[in-house]
Design a protein around this ligand. Structure first.
Ligand SMILES: [Zn+2]
Length: 99
């Protein structure tokens, strides 16, 4: 499975991953925010107090990080999370994806 394209849907609060073969998976912005792996968010998770974004959070911007993945900017001003393509694939397979 390889991500061919991503499509942000701010009104729905979802990010659609278009896979090779034309299938797609959908992740909520809140699930993406919860899944941030920056140092701060990782520390909170290790401390047992992970951030739990509410459904109103929105993904405001998507910045390419070379061919490696994307950096996501959220409406809570958090912009430190780098999301490699492989990690987005893992998230979409982890049960956080919408049916
Ligand atoms: Zn973070």
């Amino acid at each position: 499975m390889t991500i061919q394209a991503i499509s942000n849907h701010p009104k729905l609060g979802t990010l659609e991953l278009v896979l090779d073969g034309g299938a797609s998976r959908t992740l909520t912005h809140a699930a993406l925010r919860d899944g941030c792996r920056c140092a701060d968010c990782t520390a909170l998770r290790r401390a047992g107090t992970p951030l739990q974004a509410d459904g109103a959070i929105r993904l405001l911007a998507i910045e390419a990080v070379g061919a490696y993945g994307v950096q996501l900017v959220f409406s809570d001003r958090h912009d430190r999370g780098i999301y490699p393509w492989i990690y987005l694939e893992q998230l979409s397979n982890s049960g956080t994806a919408l049916p």
